[in-house]
Ligand binder design. Structure first.
Ligand code: SAM
Length: 475
């Protein structure tokens, strides 16, 4: 029985409800009258139910599809402006006792080297990341209570926050580790994590069990209910995602939105972010072995429909995707991207920008550009790369962050913060060309801060950063 308020996975992600939703969407995919009604609702920018959104995803009317894309672009602009938050993944360990059939770290893989970073090695990785200019990381580990116990993750977080190298500092550590207990989530919260990210992989229970044939991750309910435990443990910001390609994308889309509705219904706050990974080639993994791969066109439509359905949720795209795919995704709704990423354990320190260790890699990286190249590219596309971590540091998490969005104060808060953190990046890490492009961009963006007083403080702070007499400012 479908119940978004239930704490049972099979009730808030009810299979029957998803199947009925898909049938409803299929039946109405060219129902112009209904689609127009849904688009009118969507134009109010308050989001859509999974049923309404599923109809838009299936819509076959070309002119309505153009309206969907236009609306997604508009919502993206209204809620996120032209800021794009930057981050990088940091792989701590690829020891894993699960058997996820799409992941090279699965325990049956005997030939992949297993590696776990020591605290000294983490320090070296973090210094390399700071030297690129990163301020925000996503920690990644396999699931292995012996090799990667929670104490190891906590110690690593402490190490990371403690490293101050030159002007560098990691100011927000997001964590992508396997589903765990309320007690462990509480410990992660106390360690000062930003977002807890856990991809559902697939919402389809039967497929989920086949794709995770053994190990703790086999337990669908435990995995699906993880965000409720995380919130019970005090973590306000959680990040959802599915691994597109494993199951039918329409099914995953409905499941994802139902999960968001569930979090809103139970905890009063929806997901902080949604990620949209697609299965990639990796050691021992052939993505064509999965039947449900999606085209770039469908991928773009999914992103646009998620943007419309949950306007307050940030959206993340990784370097799994190429430059071209990322460019389109950015315009349709993505608000956070990684840059200069390495998906191997110990992939940053000791390598030149052109050297890329493949031995412990989790998947092939399509966008292999350096952070400087990505930042430069973003600015030439008219975006402001932002290294801002202010909300988290000011305690504006969960519904407090959402109210900032809902009160329309983003432009007086996020916008100047983005410009100040970009200025620091340009001063400390950028190539000459990137610095020139960036300084021009900052000049042209100052007038876009609506509040006069805030604008004055911003100009003052930018001057201080330029003169070296102050930094790390935030609104
Ligand atoms: N081990 C943790 C867990 O079980 O949730 C999460 C960390 S894992 C390093 C991060 C994510 O990478 C997984 O949740 C999965 O969606 C994704 N992933 C695994 N194999 C992949 C592949 N071949 N291509 C693309 N993404 C993959």
């Amino acid at each position: 029985m479908y119940d978004p308020k239930s704490l049972k996975a099979e009730e808030f992600i009810d299979n029957e409800e998803i199947l009925e939703t898909l049938a409803y969407a299929e039946k109405n995919k060219d129902n112009a009258e209904l689609i127009d009604e849904i688009l009118e609702k969507a134009e109010k920018r308050k989001g859509l139910s999974h049923r309404d959104a599923a109809v838009l995803l299936d819509c076959t009317l070309e002119d309505r599809n153009q309206r969907i894309y236009e609306l997604a672009k508009q919502i993206k602009k209204d809620f996120y402006g032209n800021r794009i938050v930057m981050f990088a993944p940091l792989y701590l360990s690829n020891y894993c006792i699960n058997s996820c059939v799409y992941c090279p770290y699965h325990r049956q893989n005997q030939h992949i080297p297993r590696k776990k970073l020591t605290q000294e090695e983490i320090k070296a990785e973090v210094i390399a990341l700071q030297d690129m200019g990163h301020k925000r990381l996503a920690l990644e580990t396999g699931e292995d209570p012996v090799n990667n116990p929670i104490e190891y993750v906590l110690e690593s977080i402490k190490t990371i926050y403690g490293i101050k190298h030159k002007n560098g500092a990691i100011r927000r550590v997001n964590v992508n580790i396997a589903a765990t207990t309320v007690e462990n989530y509480r410990k992660l919260k106390e360690a000062g994590i930003g977002t807890y990210i856990l991809f559902q992989e697939t919402y389809h229970k039967e497929s989920y069990e086949k794709l995770h044939p053994a190990g703790p991750k086999h337990n669908y309910a435990y995995h699906t209910e993880a965000m409720d435990r995380a919130m019970e443990g005090g973590i306000d910001d959680v990040g959802l995602g599915v691994l597109f390609g494993l199951e039918l994308y329409r099914y995953e889309f409905a499941g994802l939105l139902m999960h968001a509705e569930h979090l809103e219904a139970v905890h009063g706050v929806g997901p902080h972010t949604i990620s949209v990974p697609r299965v990639k080639k990796a050691d021992d993994i052939d993505p064509t072995a999965f039947d449900n791969g999606i085209s770039d066109e469908i991928f773009a439509k999914l992103i646009a429909c998620i943007r419309i359905a949950v306007p307050y949720t940030g959206m993340i795209i990784s370097t799994r995707e190429s430059e071209a795919v990322r460019a389109r995704a950015l315009s349709l709704g993505i608000s956070q991207i990684s840059g200069g990423s390495r998906t191997s354990v110990g992939g940053y320190a000791g390598y030149t920008p052109d050297e890329r260790p493949h031995d412990t890699e989790q998947f092939d990286v399509s966008d292999q550009r350096s952070l400087d190249e990505v930042v430069n590219w973003l600015m030439k596309l008219g975006y402001i790369p932002s290294f801002c971590t202010a909300c988290y540091r000011e305690g504006r998490t969960g519904d407090r962050f959402m109210s900032l969005c809902k009160n329309g104060q983003i432009q007086n808060c996020c916008h100047p913060n983005a410009l100040m953190t970009l200025k620091e990046y340009l001063m400390d890490y950028a190539s000459a060309d990137t610095a020139a492009v960036g300084n021009k961009l900052i000049e042209s963006e100052i007038p876009n801060v609506p509040n006069e007083k805030t604008r004055g403080i911003l100009i003052d702070n930018l001057n201080k950063i330029e003169q070296g007499s102050g930094r790390d400012f935030r609104f």
